[in-house]
Design a protein around this ligand. Structure first.
Ligand code: ADP
Ligand code: MG
Length: 492
């Protein structure tokens, strides 16, 4: 993975265009269904094909989703936007034009914030516009023919366009993941990349630092984060080699071939004039009243970055934790419930990001499907904070309940269940200073070398003694108590 460092003295510049299929039941200008996977050519109606005598009618749900997106990224919702015809010929577009927005898109500006490692990045959006999807060409592998499936024709898309703000493949992938998170979080897109619901075009150029932007090539239809990274890395390398060999880059549209790991030119790039855009005479301008925008705003679910800000504010979490916890609604909800129950937000955050995430990943489960509920988890954390369990014993309890967790409707019930496990497994932490002092005395008498070394100033000998005490207590001694009592005993 390349970061934003120069590559052979070149800076990488990337801008994204992402086509997100909106989650409406019906098409953007007709009542035909949008469901994926139907028999070919059973879901495109006369309107989708622009047969003579038909007229498109705007789907309000698609507009609502565009508004939701605009609000989510802090963009401006145009009060008036225009639909245009983008004219081109392609077999999967028998009507000869695509209805899209050109001069005035429904959403203008906005930005997407995310972390690249621990570094905060902001990618500015140029616009997001509504348009219809085209059909699909099916290159059947058992014949040399190409079939056309028009089911997808007229499916609503929101195309989201960034400024050329990204400086590495890693940053581009992180942006795409964040955008994916936003659109799925607010529910305007199902995010299924395999089925083509979230398709990214990466515009890539290179330049020497300080020079004007280089000529870009556009890698089309990247439908996995892995391919995205590979395709951009290959493309960057290829462009740099071309330039170093004395060639110039020609603007082009390229495709990535996952089998070879290479990008290949498909066609030289059209510019706007080639598309002969003009306002669609069948569709009046789209007017969006402020009151509708405010209505949508008031009904919207709390956004990831707003939730993250609240976690920082009201739970005192570090920004990194807050961002990580708000990767999905489910993890955020789980954390919040846990934090409120156990009253130790930072501990809750550590467990959610660490032990719980690890176990859920292994089981390929999301937080919504966690076998151990937030209530049960809270009981474990309460027992850690009141000293009944060491941190490690807490993990053992979690492992013990994981396969068949006791059901607990309240924290009280959960505490009872967890106390039984602690009892049955003999995991109760030894906090009793009398018992601990006895163990310490024994360990000291058995390890006179360590004691002597410590007294001679070797700090490491102290850790060795702590380790011995923990071992002698079968891991049950309260480490903090052990620390204090051992220090005291050694200075006697
Ligand atoms: P078009 O409409 O012809 O596709 P745009 O100007 O709308 O062109 O840009 C499309 C995308 O390409 C945007 O995401 C933009 O940020 C990006 N882009 C523009 N110029 C460059 C460049 N020189 N290098 C990389 N990306 C670029
Ligand atoms: Mg474009």
């Amino acid at each position: 993975m390349s970061n934003s460092a120069l590559i052979h003295g070149f800076e990488v510049v990337i801008g994204f265009e992402t086509h997100t299929q909106l989650t409406t039941q019906s098409k953007i200008f007709s009542r035909a269904p949008t469901a994926f996977g139907a028999e070919p050519n059973t879901q495109a109606c006369a309107v989708d094909l622009a047969l003579p005598g038909t007229l498109p009618v705007m789907n309000k749900g698609a507009v609502q989703r565009a508004i939701e997106f605009g609000l989510a990224v802090g963009g401006h919702i145009s009060e008036r936007s225009i639909f245009a015809r983008k004219n081109y010929f392609y077999p999967d577009l028998p009507k000869g034009y695509q209805i899209s927005q050109f001069e005035i898109p429904v959403v203008q500006g906005g930005e997407v914030e995310f972390f690249l490692g621990t570094e905060k990045k902001v990618v500015r959006l140029v616009r997001a516009h509504l348009e219809e999807d085209a059909g699909k060409s099916l290159h059947e592998n058992f014949t040399d023919q190409t079939g056309i499936d028009l089911n997808r024709a007229g499916t609503p898309l929101l195309e989201i366009v960034t400024e050329p703000d990204m400086r590495s493949s890693a940053e581009a992938v992180a942006y795409a993941k964040e955008l994916h998170k936003i659109v799925t979080w607010i529910g305007i897109c199902d995010g299924n990349m395999q089925e083509g619901s979230f398709r990214c075009d990466a515009n890539v150029s290179v330049r020497r630092p300080g020079e004007p932007l280089g000529t870009r090539r556009e890698i089309k239809n990247l439908n996995s984060f892995k391919f995205m990274q590979q395709a951009i890395d290959f493309e960057v390398q290829w462009q740099i080699e071309q330039i170093l060999d004395g060639h110039t880059i020609t603007q082009a549209t390229v495709l990535f071939n996952p089998d070879t790991g290479e990008t290949k030119s498909m066609r030289t790039k059209e510019d706007a004039a080639d598309y002969r855009y003009f306002p669609d005479p069948d569709l009046p301008p789209l007017f969006i009243e402020r009151s509708w925008v405010e209505q949508v705003r008031s009904e919207m679910t709390e956004l990831p970055r707003v939730k993250a800000a609240r976690f920082i504010q009201s739970f005192g979490l570090p920004e990194y934790d807050a961002t990580t916890l708000t990767q999905t609604q489910a993890s955020a909800n789980y954390f919040e419930e846990l934090a409120l129950l156990c009253k130790e937000p930072k501990t809750a955050s550590n467990w959610v990001m660490g032990e719980l995430s690890r176990r859920l990943n292994q089981a390929d489960l999301g937080f919504e499907a966690s076998p151990v509920s937030a209530t049960l988890m809270a009981a474990i954390l309460v027992r850690i904070s009141d000293g009944s369990l060491s941190n490690n014993a807490g993990k053992t309890v979690l492992d013990a309940v994981w396969p068949a967790p006791p059901q607990a409707k309240s924290l009280e019930e959960a505490l009872q269940a967890i106390d039984q496990v602690i009892e049955a497994k003999g995991l109760k932490q030894i906090n009793d200073s009398g018992a601990l002092k006895a163990i310490i005395a024994e360990v000291m008498s058995k390890n006179p070398d360590n004691v002597a070394q410590y007294k001679a100033g070797k700090e490491k000998a102290f850790n060795a003694l702590v380790g011995q005490v923990m071992k002698a207590s079968q891991g049950k001694a309260n480490p903090k108590e052990v620390n204090d009592l051992l220090k005291a005993a050694l200075s006697e």
